[in-house]
Unconditional design. Structure first.
Length: 140
């Protein structure tokens, strides 16, 4: 996944390909992230020339069940909700407990909710506290 949200092949540039895949029904995009609430597209992906596209960022309605697991992260830009350190699909007290155990440490950690490589109060106050009411809406 690139900074602009594009999903590309393992070389970091080419279109992600599934050469033997054949779809007879709608194809939906599901995105999981190590410490964010999982999301699924609210409608099937559009296909043009063998390339499927979907822009999650344009509206709260781009995600199945909208605001229950997704939010506006900048003016008219929507994105995934961080704070799910244990990756169970809910932002809850257990995530804060994990944060408490890691606070003051550095590195690639699920408790580093803002992904600045430091587990600190910003992760708790700006992400965990702010997003405490969110849960994944991706169906089982």
């Amino acid at each position: 996944i690139l900074k602009d949200g594009s999903v590309v092949g393992i070389n970091g540039a080419s279109v992600l390909q599934f050469p033997t895949a054949s779809f007879s029904q709608n194809l939906y995009a599901v995105v999981w992230h190590r410490n964010h609430i999982g999301i699924i597209s609210s409608t099937g992906l559009t296909e043009s020339g063998g390339v499927y596209e979907y822009d999650f960022s344009t509206a709260i309605t781009q995600v199945y069940n909208g605001g229950a697991g997704y939010k506006e992260i900048a003016t008219n830009v929507y994105g995934m909700v961080g704070g799910d350190a244990d990756a169970n699909g809910e932002i809850e007290t257990a995530d804060k407990t994990l944060w408490t155990n890691d606070v003051g440490t550095k590195g690639y950690k699920a408790t580093d909710h803002n992904m600045d490589v430091q587990v600190d109060n910003q992760d708790k106050n700006d992400t965990w506290v702010e997003n405490g009411s969110y849960s994944s809406q991706v169906p089982d």
